[in-house]
Design a protein around this ligand. Structure first.
Ligand SMILES: Cc1cc2nc3c(=O)[nH]c(=O)nc-3n(C[C@H](O)[C@H](O)[C@H](O)COP(=O)(O)O)c2cc1C
Length: 406
């Protein structure tokens, strides 16, 4: 796994050895006891941004984060049921530490039940695109022609965790995944079964109403993700959301997400009462993430101003690195299609741009914290840097800079 170094060890092994030989800093909250981990830092379960892309949080990233003392979460949203089981088994082969699996559970998809697949399990995206509203399809073809873009070759897998959520949950329960995470929707309906298998359940929310709802439905943990976060995101900024979510979900513990890129973000989250952090964009720019090089580059180049919250990728609001596809869409005069249909359109267009190497038209889901990220690093190093800086703030810097007495 990973690249070999001059010593013959993989990058991940080198970091493990380096950190194991040093005195490890201590940073613990009750989350560590709940999940059986050393540090209260989770790498977010980031699926692929679009159809045909690799998952952003593959097994390599999960193993690296869990081995380093945090908890890695597999981004399983784009996996078929078999691929998901394989990835879970791969993780178990590589680490005996706790880990998580994240899928999306939009309420309508859950209520509709799993898609029944008869015949082919994959179909060419370019054929499916022909079934979209004529105006959208014609606009895409016009762009293809005018910009001389290549053909769309990607295949759509029909039986993913998104279209077969109940089958995906069954696999997680059979495999006794230590932490089940639901990206969209409320996982309450599966909590009892998960608990019976000895698992913990986490739900993600972007406002206090959903934080309360998820907590009341029996989940063990709630993530409160602020507006500045990458991927699907709500309207409330992190600093306003975190303490309100802590109050709304109490006594269920809350993890902070949205805009955490280093130990300062970790210390701030702990100070407002969160028990830990759920970090996406910073781990997307890691050696082990599944993002394409072109996407990692886009994050490194981005400033704090360079992401946009838009409907154009999925039909729901999501935050991505700003790029010229956003401008192109503005001039189209089209309304985005409802979730998840818009994903098909965006996937077709972005695949053409990526294949044509038109980097200025490509940007991954990413958060406003991109501006802080200057280097792609091994995940273990990202995690340990966060821990070291947070410990320094909480034990030393804060006391030096702030006078507070009762
Ligand atoms: C590339 C990317 C893909 C994502 N995919 C998912 C997903 O499949 N499921 C999910 O629950 N959250 C997903 N998210 C959101 C993250 O889980 C997390 O909440 C967010 O990244 C936190 O904000 P940050 O990016 O500022 O750290 C994604 C985020 C990114 C950047």
């Amino acid at each position: 796994m990973g690249k070999s170094t001059a010593t013959g060890f993989s990058l991940m092994e080198t970091h493990k050895i380096k950190w194991n030989n040093m005195k490890r800093p201590v940073l613990r909250t009750k989350l560590c006891d709940l999940l059986g981990i050393e540090y209260p830092i989770l790498s977010a379960g980031m699926g692929p941004s679009l159809v045909g892309e690799r998952t952003s949080a593959p097994a390599e990233l999960v193993v690296a984060v869990s081995e380093a003392g945090g908890l890695g979460v597999l981004g399983a949203a784009g996996y078929t049921i078999d691929e998901m089981r394989e990835a879970i088994r791969e993780i178990k082969k590589q680490t005996d530490k706790p880990f998580g699996v994240d899928i999306l559970l939009p309420s309508q998809t859950v209520a509709n039940g799993d898609l029944v697949i008869e015949g082919a399990h994959e179909i060419p995206l370019r054929e499916v695109l022909k079934t979209l509203p004529e105006a959208h399809y014609n606009w895409m073809m016009k762009i293809k022609e005018e910009m001389r873009l290549p053909d769309i070759d990607v295949m759509i897998k029909l039986g993913t965790s998104l279209t077969r959520p109940h089958a995906a949950i069954k696999v997680c329960i059979e495999e006794k995944v230590p932490l089940f995470c639901s990206g969209l929707g409320n996982p309450g309906f599966m909590v009892a079964d998960a608990h019976a298998a000895g698992m913990k359940v986490l739900g993600i929310s972007g406002n206090t109403r959903n934080a309360r709802r998820i907590a009341q439905s029996g989940a063990d943990l709630v993530v409160a993700q602020g507006h500045e976060g990458g991927g699907h995101t709500g309207r409330i900024g992190s600093m306003a959301l975190w303490p309100q979510a802590v109050d709304a979900a109490a006594p269920t513990p809350v993890l902070a997400a949205g805009g955490i890129g280093d130990g300062r973000g970790v210390a701030a989250a702990l100070a407002v009462g969160c028990v830990g952090v759920w970090v996406g964009t910073r781990f997307l720019a890691s050696v082990e993430s599944g993002a394409l090089e072109i996407q990692k580059e886009a994050i490194l180049k981005a400033t704090d101003e360079d992401t946009r919250r838009t409907y154009i990728y999925t039909g729901k609001t999501s935050r991505a690195t700003y790029n010229r596809f956003h401008d192109l869409w503005e001039t189209s005069g089209l309304d985005p299609l409802p979730f998840p249909t818009q994903i098909l359109l965006a996937s077709g267009i972005v695949e053409m741009f990526t294949k044509a190497n038109k980097a200025q038209y490509v940007g991954p889901f990413a958060g406003q914290i991109s501006g802080l990220i200057k280097e792609v690093k091994p995940a273990a190093e990202i995690l340990m840097d966060m821990v070291t800086q947070a410990v320094d703030i909480l034990t030393t810097t804060l006391m030096e800079n702030v006078v507070a007495k009762t």
